[in-house]
Design a protein around this ligand. Structure first.
Ligand SMILES: [Zn+2]
Length: 378
């Protein structure tokens, strides 16, 4: 018997399919609508980084009595025929883990916001004249986006590391499996620091952070490395001689490409609210295999077509490069090769910000134009 409260709910999956699914993607798809709602709820909750909002989010999803997970347990898992219980149980577990990770990220963001507020209220500078009120500054949009990216990975247990902007060719190239005669060096218009500083250059990517972290710390490790990078590019709407990247590295005894996908799909869900992603084969000297990750266009819902400027009609947006850490890197970092398996990824902060906010010209970030910058104020 269907009641008014059930109206609009999908029929239980065992009424519409003969067999429970077996692949993890298909199992997850059993609750696709809930994953989507979860991502949307997390996005909305992030706008208010308070402990109350984080707690409300946790209660909505994980509350012992009224939480969505508990309700699904009662209304979907309990009445399921025995053959379906395993698949549904797995799907519920995935949803529970995702909800828990998102709740933790929200709680971390709330703690940070509270700490910032405390610091701001305790700061006392007797040398300054009275409060300038509305004229007070705000974080630059790029720093803000970079922090938001780092925060999502912090919720997954990643710590934050930084490396020097002035690098040696060893860390920037050789240790990343790019020997002196490798064509990948030609593609990076490197800024060398000249005769007074032989062998030094401005890092062309944040990837040297992978080696520096592994030299300091034996796996298992999970780390993100945000920072500025430099290339001898002529400034135009999509190039700048200085820009920002966030590098990520996870190394353990048994990490697989599935872990890489799960991690980056989680990032895309939280940051862009998209539920579908695809990985295209690619090449980087320091990962093998390598891939570029696209997310379904959140502006047109993946439909594409000439009208969508965000994805230029393809329905997909490229957001980052990634892959399994090349075995040679462990050797360069002084770790035993053959024992560790890990993955790495790198994304351009400007690119992520431009996609997220629909910004058409990278130069706006550096122009210092307050009319642009003030749009990113809280
Ligand atoms: Zn689109």
């Amino acid at each position: 018997m269907s009641t008014r409260a059930d109206a609009g709910k999908p029929a239980p999956p065992w009424q519409t399919a003969a067999q429970p699914p077996e692949t993890s993607d298909a199992i997850q798809a059993l609750l696709a609508g809930y994953f989507q709602r979860l991502a949307e709820d997390a996005s909305a909750s992030r706008r208010d980084p308070s402990e109350a909002a984080a707690q409300a989010f946790r209660n909505r999803w994980l509350g012992r009595r009224q939480g969505v997970l508990q309700q699904l347990h009662e209304t979907l898992l309990k009445p399921a025929p025995p053959a379906w219980k395993k698949a549904l149980g797995q799907a519920l577990n995935l949803l529970r883990r995702e909800a828990d990770a998102l709740a933790e990220a929200l709680e971390a963001a709330a703690r940070q916001a509270a700490a910032r507020q405390r610091l701001a209220s305790e700061a006392l500078d007797i040398t300054l004249p009275g409060s300038p009120g509305a004229g007070r500054g705000a974080p630059h949009p790029l720093l803000r986006v970079m922090d938001e990216i780092v925060e999502i990975f912090a919720g997954l247990g990643y710590s934050r590391a930084e490396g020097p902007e002035m690098e040696t060719a060893f860390y920037n190239f050789e240790a990343l499996n790019i020997p002196p005669d490798h064509p990948a060096r030609d593609e990076q218009d490197t800024i060398y620091l000249g005769p007074g500083l032989p062998g030094l250059l401005l890092r062309t990517h944040t990837s040297p952070g992978q080696i520096r972290v592994m030299q300091r710390q034996a796996p298992p490790l999970r780390v993100v490395v945000p920072g500025r990078v430099y290339r001898r590019d002529t400034p135009d709407a999509s190039h700048s001689p200085m820009f920002h990247q966030v590098e990520g590295l996870a190394v353990d005894e048994q990490l697989s490409f599935a872990d890489l996908k799960g991690t980056l799909e989680h990032f895309a869900r939280v940051y862009f609210g998209t539920t579908r992603a695809r990985f295209r084969p690619s090449y980087f000297p320091f990962t093998e295999p390598s891939a570029e990750m696209d997310v379904e266009c959140f502006a047109c819902g993946g439909r594409g077509g000439a009208a969508c400027r965000t994805c230029k009609g393809s329905g997909w947006i490229e957001i980052l490069g990634c892959g399994m850490v090349h075995p040679e890197l462990y050797r360069f970092a002084g770790q035993a090769s053959g024992r560790w398996m890990g993955f790495a990824f790198g994304m351009g902060v400007e690119r992520i910000a431009m996609i997220r906010y629909g910004i058409d010209d990278i130069q706006r970030f550096y122009s210092g134009d307050l009319r642009f910058l003030e749009q990113f104020r809280d």
